[in-house]
Design a protein around this ligand. Structure first.
Ligand SMILES: [Zn+2]
Length: 473
């Protein structure tokens, strides 16, 4: 009894200490003596950043340290804005593709966000602070996306980037026509199976969405005029997001490779009077960069990842630079939990291939994806008033030798390399103990349990969802 009381007392003290630490971290912080890569206002040597209540309050060489502020000494280190990954599939629980139908605009990534996915922590450790978590590319019109901040330790809801405009995934080419996928035995092949079918599915869906929009407009007009006994149109959760697109309230992120298909979707969007926010992958974007710029779409591409299928053959490493030169807002994305850990290096490649400046290269993974996601007023550069989402590197972040030291989101340290290193031995010990415990308990159970999972037990991670995972972009 006494022991239990002591335990609760200890827990209370710990909670108090933790909340104090939290308050302190989210309170006033000054990062001092750093080389600050602001992205919008050049480089500041020996500079400081004052953070108050999660926001950047001052940046410069003469920033006063307020009393009681936590000081982070960044002598010899570089600070850049938190990296924004415009194409990610981390933190998705189960399949990323609702591939059973051609139009899946009624499903949402937000419903299956898994805040305990270790990829969140790993990408955070690579300097990523915001990610555009997208549905897969199995459908001409896919599911709704979720823009998240990588607030490791928070709940799924708390990770959502509040105020980020909603979006949706579209896809063109081989993936939506399912050319590289075999249907389950006994199931028919899904429509569409050709590139013309893909564009037909999109056109048909928007034709229906227009009609749906008209029905609701008519109902609202008559209702506002005071007409009695009106029956509202039946809600259609598949068409509602498409109406939002037509009304400019939802961003379209369109998976695409070939130049002809990019033009095809631009024509379709202009036919229906909406805009494509970003072309994703867009490996042949350099061929139609002028047209992409004229439409006002962004391009979110890879630095040098290609040839994994026929439609990804005609890629060149100059893509990002050529599109940038023609006025397209370009970002470099990961589409992979591993690639996301070194997006700084992916951006740096555009300096070698295409000769972008240092700032232009940094923009590829900071300000430009922020613009593409409609969150540039909040993140993407180091400016007073913006969220204190920052990454500290030991060397210039565009160097292959640079290693992330600390990552802050909303002025709170979410990753600290020194702390991580210090905890590794302790975690290793705990892991070993748990493995031994498991071995002992499974040794007892072994005679009564066949190999593999117990009947009725939940599937293991990955089990049964393999065919849904996007094995390639
Ligand atoms: Zn993807």
């Amino acid at each position: 009894m006494k022991r239990a009381r002591n335990f609760w007392r200890l827990l209370a003290v710990l909670v108090w200490a933790f909340s104090l630490a939290w308050a302190q971290e989210a309170g006033t912080i000054v990062i001092r003596n750093a080389t600050i890569l602001t992205v919008t206002h050049g480089t500041i040597r020996n500079g400081s950043i004052l953070i108050r209540d999660g926001k950047i309050a001052a940046v410069g060489r003469n920033v006063r340290v307020p009393e009681g502020a936590t000081v982070i000494d960044a002598t010899g280190q570089y600070v850049m804005p938190g990296i924004i990954d415009c194409h990610s599939h981390i933190a998705v629980d189960g399949g990323v593709n609702e591939g059973s139908v051609a139009v899946s605009s009624m499903v949402a990534i937000e419903d299956v966000l898994n805040p305990t996915d270790i990829d969140i922590y790993r990408d955070l450790a690579g300097g990523v602070t915001t990610a555009n978590v997208l549905h897969g590319s199995a459908n001409p019109i896919g599911g709704l996306n979720a823009v998240i901040k990588l607030r490791w330790g928070a709940t799924a809801r708390e990770m959502l980037f509040a105020g980020a405009p909603p979006g949706i995934k579209f896809a063109l080419g081989e993936n939506p026509k399912r050319s590289n996928f075999t249907p389950q035995p006994g199931t028919p092949r899904r429509y569409p199976a050709t590139r013309m079918g893909v564009i037909d599915v999109i056109r048909q869906a928007f034709t229906e969405a227009r009609e749906y929009q008209k029905r609701w407009a008519e109902y609202r007009r008559r209702s506002a005029a005071g007409e009695p006994n009106l029956i509202p149109p039946r809600r259609d959760l598949k068409l509602e997001p498409l109406v939002e697109i037509l009304e400019g309230k939802r961003l379209v992120h369109a998976h695409s490779y070939r130049a002809d298909e990019i033009l095809q979707l631009i024509r379709l969007a202009e036919e229906f009077g909406f805009k494509i926010a970003t072309f994703q992958h867009v490996l042949e974007g350099y061929k139609v960069a002028k047209e992409i710029a004229a439409h006002g779409a962004g391009a979110s591409t890879f630095s040098d990842w290609w040839a994994y299928k026929v439609e990804a053959y005609d890629a060149i490493p100059y893509n990002a630079a050529l599109m940038t030169e023609r006025g397209v807002v370009v970002s470099i994305n990961s589409d992979s939990a591993e690639e996301a850990r070194h997006l700084n290096q992916e951006a740096a490649k555009a300096m070698k291939w295409g000769g972008l400046s240092e700032t232009e290269a940094l923009k590829l993974v900071t300000l430009n994806p922020a613009k593409q996601l409609g969150i540039a007023d909040r993140v993407g550069s180091i400016e007073v008033g913006k969220d204190a989402d920052l990454v500290l590197y030991d060397k210039h972040p565009l160097s292959v030798y640079a290693v992330v030291q600390k990552v802050l989101i909303d002025g709170r340290v979410y990753f600290d390399r020194a702390q991580d290193m210090a905890r590794r031995a302790e975690l290793e010990k705990e892991k070993k103990e748990l493995a031994e415990k498991l071995q002992r308990s499974s040794g007892r159970e072994q005679p009564t349990r066949p190999a593999g999972r117990r009947p009725g037990a939940p599937p293991r991670p990955g089990e049964g969802v393999q065919q849904d995972r996007e094995v390639r972009p």
